[in-house]
Every structure is written in structure tokens, then in C-alpha cells.
Design a protein around this ligand. Sequence first.
Ligand code: ATP
Length: 335
Amino acid sequence: MSHKVTLIPGDGIGPEVSGAARRAVDATGVKIDWETAELNPEIIAKTGQSLPQHVIESLERTGIGLKAPVTTPVAGGYTSVNVALRKRLDLYANVRPVRSIPGLVTRFSDVKIDMVIFRENTEDLYSGLEHEVIPDVVTSLKVITRAASVRIAETAFRYAISNGRKKVAAIHKANIMKLADGLFLRCCREIAQRHPEIDYRELIVDNASMQLVIRPEQFDILLLPNLYGDIVSDLAAGLVGGLGVVPGANLGENHAVFEAVHGSAPDIAGKGIANPTAMMLSAAMMLVHLREQAAADLLQAAVEKIYSAKLHLTPDVGGSAGTQEFTDAVIAAMC
Ligand code: ATP
């Protein structure tokens, strides 16, 4: 049986890393009927929409996307494609497994890091509700709702139970944002009470950031509202080798879009040196979602084999290989 998947190559390093991931997925032997949906700043400018109709239609048809980064302009310009996509398809849970890769030398190589970040994906300061009250005075609304907070907490606890995880830490700043983060925390506590078998604790986000650097091995599942989830995800990626190696998934009731944590990396775009690991591991998460566990394991193992051998690695992780050479090595490792 073949699976229909929407492939969004994006821009910047997107086409390079998504092309690599597609080749690696195809090499597992799983039959994927790829439907390519182009999305980049030129198309957005032409259509006048962050999320043009052809992308939505494709994702509605397939239900599954493998998405490379699309550039988000800083301070002005069109709204983020990711934010638009997550809201439009109600992809409420952003799941990012952050794991040490055996063989990859980092500042933290001597500790085993294995955590999964659950980031609420639809609200918080990403509501996009900003307002210039008078010149030089701006407000930005942080929206926290019971419905969204309960939903992400339930997702995190459900994942913990079905994956044999033991601990969930809710991350907040409820000492300052007593109402907004207070509501988020209350919802997390309610769900935690239903799961006494899971060790639940709460950490203020600044302390959590320090703890992540000092003793990252203590963390299992992290449960966060949107903005803290974004920041802590990059911090956590830095612990295991950087943005080039951390995958992610955006999950909703009816759709799932898999994408790396990194952005379009314009500084290295077109140079053929981008690390496709994050995109490949996102594709492995997609294969699990498609119930192609054997193919997912094959791809994951092939990537790990390359890191263990410390050969064919890209410059961001200390090697000198290009995207192509790394990808060829991963594919060869599957045979
Ligand atoms: P965004 O806000 O769009 O998520 P960002 O601010 O997180 O983007 P990135 O585009 O992810 O920024 O890049 C941050 C840094 O990490 C850049 O120096 C970039 O070259 C590097 N980087 C990101 N992804 C990769 C990758 N796959 N391979 C190698 N280096 C990468």
C-alpha cells in the first residue's frame, strides 16, 4: 500500500534537506506517493497569502505533511507560515524529541540526554494580536485558554504512559503571569492528578533553562506553553548537537505535519552543506505515524550508524561532508 504525503520543500536550505529526507525515506522501501506543494517567499508574495490555497488543499487531501522551513520575515512582512499552518489545521501539539546521538561529540557528550518537548502550538503570544496603542507604545496579547492547555497536557501525559516515560515537568512563569500561566498550570495539575503513576513537577522557565544546561539528564517530558516551548526547544537542541539534528512533529486530530526545529538558515542556503539529519529524523517520526515502524527504525539506525562511525558528517557537527555525501552514506547504511 502506498501513503499519500504532502512534501513542502520550502526555501533557504529547505529544498536541500527535504530532498535528502525524501531520498532516505524512499530508500527504506516504503511506498510514498509524494505530492509536492511549493511554498516560499515568492509564492507568498504572488498569492498575497502566507498559506496559499494549493498548500491547504494538498494537506487536506493527504492529512500528512513533511515540511521543510519557509523563511519568516523578522519585524514586519507576512505572518509566519508555521503559525498560519498550525492554526489553520489545528495542529495543537508540537512534539520534539531531543536525544543524544551516540558518537556525536558535543559539550554534553558525557551525559545521556533523552527528553521529549511538548509545546502548545496554537495560542499564547503567537496569537498575533498586537496593537500600537499610541505611537511608540505597543501591546501584544498573550492568550491562554483552558481548552488548549488541557489538550496539550493530555497529549503529553498520554504519550508518557504509552511510551513508558516516568516524569513530566510543566514549565511556566506563573509567579509573574499569575492569570495566564496560572491557568496553564492549573490545567496541567488537573491532568497530572489523573495520572499518579507519572512523577509530575513544575519549574519556572528561567530555572528550567539553567537546569537544562547544568543537569539535562534529569528531564524526561517537558510540557510548555507556546513561546517558552519555542525558546527551550532551541536551547535543548544546543545540548545534543544543534538545530541540524533535532526533529519535530505538529499533531492535530486530523492532520500531522513533520518538520525540523530549525529555520531556513539563509546563511548556508545553496552551499550544499546543510545537515539533513533533523529532516530525516522528522521523516522517521512520520513513518511511525504512518505505522511503518520497521522503515522508521531502519532510517533511524542508518543515521545513527553514520554518527557512530564519525564519517560523512556535515560541518555543523564537526565534519566536512556535504548534504549529498551524508545522504548517500545514510542510504548506503540501510543496505
Ligand atoms: P526560525 O526563526 O525561522 O526558526 P532560526 O532563527 O531558528 O530560524 P535557523 O534558520 O534555524 O534560525 O538557523 C540558526 C543557525 O543554525 C544558523 O547559523 C544556521 O546556519 C544553523 N542551522 C540551522 N539549521 C541547520 C542545518 N540543518 N544544518 C546546519 N546548520 C543549521
